[in-house]
Design a protein around this ligand. Sequence first.
Ligand SMILES: *[C@@H]1O[C@H](CO)[C@@H](O)[C@H](O)[C@H]1NC(C)=O
Ligand SMILES: *[C@@H]1O[C@H](CO)[C@@H](O)[C@H](O)[C@H]1NC(C)=O
Ligand SMILES: *[C@@H]1O[C@H](CO)[C@@H](O)[C@H](O)[C@H]1NC(C)=O
Ligand SMILES: *[C@@H]1O[C@H](CO)[C@@H](O)[C@H](O)[C@H]1NC(C)=O
Ligand SMILES: *[C@@H]1O[C@H](CO)[C@@H](O)[C@H](O)[C@H]1NC(C)=O
Ligand SMILES: *[C@@H]1O[C@H](CO)[C@@H](O)[C@H](O)[C@H]1NC(C)=O
Ligand SMILES: *[C@@H]1O[C@H](CO)[C@@H](O)[C@H](O)[C@H]1NC(C)=O
Length: 925
Amino acid sequence: MWVATILLSFLTARAAALSIVELGNFDWTITSQNKSVSVPAKFPSLSHLDLYAAGVIDNPLHNLNEFIQRWVAYQNWTYSAPVIGLKSDAASTWLVFDGLDTFTDITLCGKHVGNTDNMFRQWYFDVTDIVSACKAKSKLSINFGSAPLVAQAIANTPGVEKWPVVPNNIQYPFEIPNREYIRKEQSDFGWDWGPAFASQGPWKPGYLVQFKSKDVYVRNTAVDVRKQDQLPLVIPDQSKPWVINASIDLIGNVPSGAKMNYRLLDLTNKTVCSGALSDVNVTSVSVAGLATIEEGTVDRWWPNGYGSQTLYYLDYDLVDSSGSTLASVSKRIGFRTIVLNSYPVSDADIAKGIAPGNNWHFEVNGHEMYMKGSNFIPADCFWPRVTPDFIRMILESVKAGHQTMVRVWASGAYSPDFMHDIADELGIFLWSEFEFGDALYPVAKSFLDNVREEVIYNSRRLSHHPSLAFWAGGNELENLMLPQIQQDDPDHFDRWIGEYETLFFDTIFPALFENQRSISYMPSSTSNGWEMLDYSKPIPIVPRLYNTTAGSIYGETDFYNYDSTQSFNLSAYPVGRFSNEFGFHSMPSRQSWQQQVDPEYLNFNSSVVVLRNHHYPSGSLNTSNFHNSSLGMVEMTLGIERWLPTPMKEDSLKNFTAWCHATQVFQGAFIKSQIEFYRRGSGMPERQLGCLYWQLNDQWVASTWASMEYDGRWKVLHYLGIDIYSPVIIAPYFDFTNSSLEVYVTSDLWSEAKGNAKFTWYDWSGNPLKVSSKSLSSFSVGAINTTKVLELNAKDTLPDLADAVLFMEHSTQGQAPNTDTTTTFTHENYFAPISLADAKLVDPGLKISYSAEKGCFSVTATKGVAAYVWLDYPNGAVVHFDANAFWLRKGQTREVGYTVVSDTTGGKWTDEVTVESVWDLTTRD
Ligand SMILES: *[C@@H]1O[C@H](CO)[C@@H](O)[C@H](O)[C@H]1NC(C)=O
Ligand SMILES: *[C@@H]1O[C@H](CO)[C@@H](O)[C@H](O)[C@H]1NC(C)=O
Ligand SMILES: *[C@@H]1O[C@H](CO)[C@@H](O)[C@H](O)[C@H]1NC(C)=O
Ligand SMILES: *[C@@H]1O[C@H](CO)[C@@H](O)[C@H](O)[C@H]1NC(C)=O
Ligand SMILES: *[C@@H]1O[C@H](CO)[C@@H](O)[C@H](O)[C@H]1NC(C)=O
Ligand SMILES: *[C@@H]1O[C@H](CO)[C@@H](O)[C@H](O)[C@H]1NC(C)=O
Ligand SMILES: *[C@@H]1O[C@H](CO)[C@@H](O)[C@H](O)[C@H]1NC(C)=O
């Protein structure tokens, strides 16, 4: 499938130009500011990657190199190369850069070409005159300015916007300050899950384009597939025909009388329909036309688990009046609607038990659905080395996890096309955001103009993907930054709100709206949705912000509580319509640590392990702020001590391994309990319709919120997520203060399902306990709803809370969405009415064997109940087990298959797979 994707991108770039030379074919050199370093470079690339490849610097991710290599970011680097492939008979010559990170001064043949100041924009320059006047051998040279120094210089410019510093310093720096002034990936200056390299370079491809006379070069496209008359945030009318607005952004001259033709093909290249595009508009930079496709002509695209991911090719051409083709484009598209419903809760819904207020959920192809997913951070500190295979591995982990939506967080970079191509194929919605987060931003005209170009380029570039779900303006603005500045600077709050509206409503929304009507927009994740929607107004969205009424429920929630005394306290969890962030940090496995940290530092409290924990952010550039990092380590430690047997192994490496693993079990259990809570919310007054945990992936080896490690290993959380995101789950809800236990079955199917539930109590040695409770053996559960199946008071019914485990299971007949067959859904879960730190755990006597023939491991608990059974495997391979971190009853055997992601052991990793459970955390070596 990737081959097809490459072909597509190539076709897109193909046009009638005389010659297109990829700048990557030039022989590049990167040179330091004082010229003491001058080594071969790649294009696309970044300074750290080229310096590492040339041996000038060590692996940036090794030990504390993040701190040692700061000097790289604090100087300019020049990428230069002799120009090759220039045609002498060209009428004009252009340089096109798909991405330059960030501040550049470009020269060709010693002549100034231009400057750039936004890594998210595409830049293009007419260099015809320079080329024709160029006498000596032509050289292209791009001087990249140090982003931290340029940002500092902007901050020091007289008259530049400043924000109050006391008492909370609203523009708190993660590491390098002043990121809010510049249009560079915000996390390049540090974040609480990653390092701050602030690298620079040509991070995306570039082209030398030459024309004869009337040629055109396709530099971008936009394809908006929508229902006729559809408007953002308005529920689309599914009976209306589809409208495709297809356009080409070009360099060159479009002759008068130009026309556009299109062909819609299925993936076998069979033509579905074709013709001329109507309402064609031609400007000096763009051409656009419309096609109308009757409802029923095409099959719809559905997300993972909800139907098939039907895709089509849209081929469209620009032709002149004599019928010759000036440019052809081929885009793979899909037909679906997705809208954020933020309308007031109707009276009919209130009668169903839904609390008043506003909705905040997604509807896909006219269906309400429960979105399950996670949050994506930039796949690597250095984007040019991110391959489609790596992204596919991440998104396949998402798909395996029954997830339907990934929020591509707002302070990284706009997704590469290939990421959306893969998401289109796998059925994963990508909630996209403009790159602003956890700061207030300037509103100077030059800044806003720069942002507008960035919005136009990226929203058009990504518009054709059915996986594109949503656009949000930025991260944690309405729920964090605005309330904070209201506290810090109450007298000027109107001004700060006004500036927020200037950027996110008056600038970003119109720029998006002019280019795409099929996608909903909200200025911020998290938000309370809109209060008024009126397309007769210049700015149609009036945000609700803080205009809320007690007893009513509005928007999304974002929840972090690092006080582990509250970790499983359901009454501490937020009640909202949707949960777009919640998480807790954990250590990566010892195996991952060994990939980036030297053996002498493999200790929970070593300087390297602690300082690579950026929670809490240091707020500075050096290693002196050990204090903030230690706070994060203490939170993990307390989480373990309160909720799990505390590891204490004599062997130092085994001790470290156990501590790393224990942090993951705590993280996984805590986040799982929140997912259970949010999913049950679908049948509660809040009518909660989505949860996306923080965070999916990692960009280095450090303590972070991720459910997957940097090399693709799944943490405990990822396995528990796969389980608890199953379509129909059974889960316990326990109140530690009064010992009341309730068990619910929650379904995200689209029709009522009927099932049976079974409950068995055991002591830890695996002997059944007689416990009487009010329970339903057979039940029905409504569409996206929940039903209570058991209720008891643990203290009143159980002889010993420390020696009791509830095993619960259900088997339910239901219909998976968009199928007409009945399927049996099953799920099992366990519950202990006391912290596992206090439970009377016994050695469950785990045994493991491997069958090469069946390609699976077989695990048995021979002596008792085993909690969080963990299959572990050595370095050298990355393997995803079909299940892990599960529980076993005494005498139960579970077969566990696996998928090999990568393997350099020649298959020998299977010999070294071990099994343990939380009981093993405390046992001596
Ligand atoms: C050039 O710059 C590097 C890095 O900033 C520095 O280490 C080196 O001493 C400088 N060399 C000269 C000759 O100034
Ligand atoms: C470094 O880059 C900045 C930003 O482009 C520029 O203003 C400055 O002149 C450059 N300095 C050198 C020595 O190249
Ligand atoms: C469809 O056409 C494209 C472009 O000509 C070609 O690359 C591709 O292999 C064809 N696909 C099939 C299934 O025939
Ligand atoms: C071209 O412009 C007209 C007038 O503004 C508009 O009605 C039409 O929809 C435009 N066509 C496209 C493809 O946007
Ligand atoms: C969920 O199920 C309950 C019990 O059948 C029912 O009263 C409630 O209206 C349902 N909620 C929704 C939103 O349909
Ligand atoms: C608050 O919202 C309500 C609608 O929910 C609206 O009628 C009212 O005018 C709003 N108040 C303010 C101060 O915006
Ligand atoms: C095991 O690691 C923990 C956490 O770092 C530490 O407190 C404890 O002393 C270690 N135990 C041994 C025996 O090294």
